[in-house]
Design a protein around this ligand. Structure first.
Ligand SMILES: O=C(O)CCC(=O)C(=O)O
Length: 290
């Protein structure tokens, strides 16, 4: 008999995404959202020369314990393990926040375009809703099956109303083929790094908060150039070619802030390649464009 998890994995393999899976309990969502909003109140200026938004948008798990902890959530890992196998690392933990009424959007893109991982199947994003992420609130939409066609050309727009690092976008996506992935608080979607996806404005009255956790396997770096860092979250021998990190020693611990800078500088070589200083997210200078 096919159980729910097998059916979800089979849908994921067929379509390149799946939405509406349980990830966090009501209490866990309430606690995590409260922690994030407390950070916004108490650490509005960020830390170590980086704006808080920069930690939220890239590698938050290196310096913020609650984000590292979220990446170790058993219900999320069980589902990711069913797709990627037993040895798992978190490569990045990020927050995608749209204020009520925000006109910010995410253009059609494939995640792994600039990640230096090739066209791997060994990466998956778990995107967890920390608020009601309805169509009105600007949930993600996906093009089913688009993960099977390889990487396509993206144009870097650097548009201000785009939440992506380069405002990168794929031209010629057939909007009529798109499937929305609305999520209730605590639910998650999973998407393949090659799956075309995008999201719209937040026309709701609440913030739209998504936690994106990028999971990888040790094999991802077998043929990858340069260095990259990831945090083991499950398995016996998860490091492979990754530089393994243990996770934060405390909130904005000085040693973790130094590590954050090293990782950012290393990843910028790949993720900001060819964009000059326009990819603020990977800049050591927090005042530049985010
Ligand atoms: O939060 C969004 O709207 C988009 C997120 C996204 O593109 C991703 O997690 O890969």
């Amino acid at each position: 008999m096919i159980d729910d998890r097998e059916r979800s994995v089979s849908d994921y393999r067929k379509h390149g995404f799946i939405a509406g899976l349980p990830a966090l309990s009501e209490d866990q969502v309430t606690a995590l959202r409260a922690d994030i909003e407390q950070l916004e109140r108490n650490h509005a200026d960020g830390a170590g020369g980086h704006a808080l938004d920069q930690f939220f948008r890239v590698n938050g798990h290196v310096a913020i314990p609650q984000l590292a902890e979220a990446a170790r959530t058993p219900a999320i890992l069980d589902m990711v393990e069913a797709i990627l196998g037993p040895d798992l690392l978190a490569w990045s933990v990020e927050l995608f926040i749209k204020k009520p009424g925000s006109t910010k959007t995410v253009s059609w893109h494939q995640d792994i375009t600039y990640w230096g991982m090739g066209e791997t199947d060994d990466e998956v994003t778990a995107w967890i809703a920390l608020s009601d992420v309805s169509i009105e609130a600007g949930c993600m939409r996906f093009i089913p099956g688009s993960h099977k066609g390889g990487l396509v050309t993206h144009e870097d727009t650097f548009a201000d109303d785009n939440l992506l690092s380069r405002g990168q976008k794929i031209a010629d996506v057939r909007e009529e083929d798109a499937v929305h992935g609305p999520l209730k608080p605590g639910q998650m979607s999973l998407h393949h790094g090659l799956c075309f996806h995008a999201s719209g404005q937040n026309s709701s009255n609440d913030r739209r908060i998504g936690l994106a956790i990028r999971y990888v396997t040790p094999a991802v770096r077998d043929h990858a150039p340069g260095r990259d860092w990831a945090m083991p979250v499950r398995g016996e021998t998860p490091c492979g070619g990754w530089d393994c990190i243990a996770g934060p020693r405390g909130l904005f611990h000085p040693a973790d802030l130094a590590l954050y800078d090293r990782i950012l500088a290393g990843q910028a070589q790949t993720l900001a390649a060819g964009a000059g200083d326009k990819v603020g997210m990977y800049s050591q200078n927090a005042d530049r464009r985010m």
